[in-house]
Ligand binder design. Structure first.
Ligand SMILES: C[S@@+](CC[C@H](N)C(=O)[O-])C[C@H]1O[C@@H](n2cnc3c(N)ncnc32)[C@H](O)[C@@H]1O
Length: 369
């Protein structure tokens, strides 16, 4: 594989860009590419994006983009992480009937009509997207356009990172010229066959597909990095990170997800992390009395002496493998503008993704030659 400077840089667009997780993934992959424009309507996310990448994302709702808004960049690679709520219980599994799915569905409608169509595409979403009508439309659109498709469900724990974040990824590479009618028909037939396989088409192991063929190049990373190495104990003294006693004792019949620095893994951090939603939003860190292991079920008052705190934005960013200023010499690092509160930072991070997993897929599945 040679993506040296003598090769032309791959021109990418990033849709639903948030704080730029896919952009950092592209950087970490080492592939010679650059993001020429990103699209997101959340102004907090856009201010973080601009702060770090020195480029203000287009804040027009993606549902209203015109072909010219996209064609103008002549991009060959699309990176997308559309909203997850349409495919979750919280969003009532409304799928393509959820207004939040409109952006993705609009893009899929535009795609075949563009003058400058991408040849490479990577999309990230939650587990269960693979069962949705939106996924069928995505696969059908790309398959009929002559793309070879790889779908997978992967969590960073499979790459040795002590954070669970099981996510759906689709990687698509244009392989067939569908201007030839016979080829186009064959692509349609193949796509129908692929869709009939349903969930069976989805890989769940790492490495898979082209990555599995490069067995010597793809690290399986089976040894887990200790959680301790992601923890910054200077935060143990920061009052705003501690969970209030009132919020703990309120929850009598719930199991709290509590980890210690010696624990093997943390759970998924969601956009509710750091708020009063203590259950199911991400792990809490125990900072005292490590000999006590409690989950608080039935007796939350037993947790009051354990010094429970939220992971700080810096620690969550590290677990998501964002490059941070002090740890890397990469051109783009993640920093937050000072006006964003801790809660806003955690919210944006909870919405984002694991940069290392994206990098693995970009390097070993999306661009393999
Ligand atoms: C799951 S988050 C993606 C986060 C991103 N990957 C990151 O690393 O931060 C989805 C993003 O899509 C944006 N979004 C949702 N619907 C949109 C729309 N119709 N037009 C533009 N942006 C939209 C949200 O503001 C949010 O930032």
């Amino acid at each position: 594989m040679d993506h040296s400077d003598t090769k032309k840089s791959i021109v990418c667009l990033e849709f639903f860009s948030g704080i730029g997780g896919l952009h950092y993934g592209l950087q970490e992959s080492g592939i010679h590419g650059h993001v020429v424009m990103s699209f997101d309507m959340n102004e907090n996310a856009n201010s973080v994006y601009e702060y770090n990448f020195k480029m203000r994302p287009n804040n027009k709702a993606i549902d209203y983009l015109e072909p010219v808004d996209i064609d103008t960049y002549q991009a060959t690679c699309w990176l997308l992480s559309p909203p997850c709520q349409p495919y979750t219980r919280g969003g009532k599994y409304l799928d393509d009937e959820d207004p939040r799915a409109r952006g993705l569905i609009h893009l899929l409608g535009l795609l075949p009509k563009l003058k400058h169509k991408p040849t490479h595409l990577l999309l990230e979403n939650v587990m269960n997207f693979e069962n949705s009508r939106s996924r069928s439309l995505l696969v059908e659109t790309l398959g009929n356009m002559g793309f070879k498709i790889y779908e997978c469900l992967l969590s960073p724990v499979q790459a040795g990172i002590p954070n669970n974040r099981l996510r759906y990824y689709l990687v698509a590479v244009k392989t067939d010229d569908t201007t030839n009618a016979a080829v186009a028909n064959e692509c349609k037939r193949r796509t129908e066959e692929y869709l009939q396989r349903g969930r069976d088409a989805v890989f769940t192991e790492w490495p898979f597909g082209p990555a599995a063929d490069q067995s010597s190049a793809v690290a399986k990373d089976t040894a887990t990095i200790p959680l301790e190495s992601y923890i910054d104990h200077t935060f143990d003294g920061v009052a705003s990170l501690y969970v209030s006693a009132a919020d703990i004792v309120k929850r009598k019949n719930f199991e709290f997800d509590i980890v210690q620095p010696s624990s093997e893994r943390t759970s998924t951090f969601t956009k509710a992390y750091g708020s009063k939603h203590l259950i199911g939003a991400g792990s809490l860190l125990q900072t005292k009395h490590m000999d006590v292991r409690e989950n608080g079920f039935g007796a939350p008052e037993k947790l009051l002496d354990l010094g429970l705190r939220f992971f700080s934005p810096k620690e969550v960013a590290l677990l998501h493998h964002f490059p941070l200023g002090s740890q890397t010499n990469k051109p783009y690092v993640l920093e937050f503008p000072e006006n964003l509160t801790q809660r806003q930072q955690l919210q944006l991070l909870g919405n984002s993704l694991n940069v290392h997993m994206v990098a693995l897929l970009i390097k070993h599945v999306l661009f393999t030659n």
